[in-house]
Design a protein around this ligand. Structure first.
Ligand SMILES: NC(=O)c1ccc[n+]([C@@H]2O[C@H](COP(=O)([O-])OP(=O)(O)OC[C@H]3O[C@@H](n4cnc5c(N)ncnc54)[C@H](O)[C@@H]3O)[C@@H](O)[C@H]2O)c1
Length: 346
């Protein structure tokens, strides 16, 4: 039996990616109803995928027979709508960032636990076939002891009237909270929990109140170090959204695996041991091996993973703990940037 999903906020990423990809590729999930405050948008989305139960009322959505709700509205609505869905007895998958504050995220998680309902966070990049391969490589020890990681996600995002991401009270922050959250989540997934962060943020180019530039440094519990860079002021085509993990026996270098496509390019270098010191430092350039994997829909896979949690009790790596952890780190990064010091995180 497929889990029946309702969608809140059906006009943005849900319309571009999650809804059509779930309809086309999901095995354990079906979408039965859609809600958006924009009547025209929800109607159009419904028509594009053949879902007839569309509404502008959240209560109507809950009455539409769904077991679970995917929330893809602006961040400032996540807490209230998440709580309302849980109150109505629905399991919830909420888009990133999970809520505006750590306090809200923790309240939502406690409420879900008390109600015996599942609450997940849409870090769909954990479902990239390439990112899953990196996890396996690290677990197998192919890279030796991981010592360094970098995750980059940038785009060109000029001022747009009415854009909620450009207003702090609606999005919570700019490039760091919007895109950096994915990068931080990935680096913690690969390298373990961060214990210290430092950060620079700034609004260099665009005339809005949130940051369009952010560079974060992380030190992980293992001692490994990481960098996360996110900019709203780099042309889309200029950035390859690199992901790099280095260890004592090798490295994995990716381009464009961080993103919405589920594809990208990956190269791996691995040697048996570090070897002796080579004073000449002459390096061959072709020792990396290209790894080509079949891309898969990140969105269908994340929703199916939630459905399996609901129907089979198999907890996915995107349960609410990941969302809470992420907000904790992002809040520490903003504090580090503001106070110009390294902030410890537990
Ligand atoms: N994981 C990803 O790949 C990814 C990509 C983009 C956005 N997101 C996240 O998805 C969420 C939505 O972002 P977006 O880019 O789709 O935004 P968007 O502004 O493009 O779309 C949001 C939709 O929600 C609707 N909406 C606004 N207020 C609402 C409310 N109170 N209740 C119901 N619907 C409402 C809007 O009419 C619009 O259709 C955010 O949390 C964002 O961070 C995730």
């Amino acid at each position: 039996m497929k889990v029946k999903w309702g969608v809140i906020g059906a006009g943005g990423i849900a319309r571009r990616r999650t809804i059509p990809e779930v309809v086309k590729h999901a095995q354990q999930s079906t979408i039965v109803s859609l809600m958006d405050v924009d009547r025209a948008a929800v109607k159009e989305t419904g028509e594009s995928v053949g879902i007839s139960h569309v509404t502008t009322s959240i209560d109507e959505l809950f009455k539409g027979g769904c077991d679970a709700v995917y929330i893809a509205s602006p961040v400032s609505a996540h807490f209230e709508q998440g709580m309302a869905a849980l109150e109505a007895g629905k399991h919830v998958l909420v888009e990133k960032p999970m809520a505006m504050t750590l306090i809200e995220a923790e309240k939502m998680a406690d409420f879900a636990e008390n109600k015996g309902l599942k609450l997940g966070i849409a870090f769909m990049m954990r479902y990239s076939v390439y990112h899953q391969a990196i996890r396996e490589m690290i677990e197998r020890g192919d890279l030796g002891e991981p010592v360094s990681g970098r995750a980059q996600l940038t785009c060109w995002f000029p001022p747009i009237p009415g854009a909620w991401r450009q207003v702090k009270s609606q999005g919570g922050g700019g490039a760091l909270s919007d895109m950096g959250c994915h990068c931080i989540d990935l680096l913690e997934w690969f390298l373990g929990e961060a214990r210290e962060v430092a950060a620079f943020t700034g609004t260099l180019t665009h005339d809005y109140e949130v940051e369009d530039a952010s560079t974060v440094l992380l030190r992980f519990a293992s001692g490994a170090q990481g960098m996360v860079d996110n900019f709203f002021n780099v042309p889309d085509q200029a950035s390859r959204n690199v992901l790099e993990i280095y260890g004592t026996k090798g490295a994995v270098l990716c381009q464009r695996t961080i993103g919405q496509d589920g594809g990208g390019e990956m190269e791996v270098f691995s040697q048996e041991a570090g070897g002796g010191y080579d004073a000449s430092q002459v390096r061959a350039t072709d020792e990396y091996k290209k790894i080509v994997l079949e891309p898969a829909s990140l969105y269908a896979r994340e929703v199916d993973a939630m459905s399996r949690w609901i129907s089979e009790g198999k907890k996915p790596p995107i349960s609410y703990e990941a969302g809470i952890r992420n907000i904790k780190i992002v809040e520490a990064c903003y504090q580090a940037a503001e106070e110009k010091r390294v902030i410890p995180v537990s």
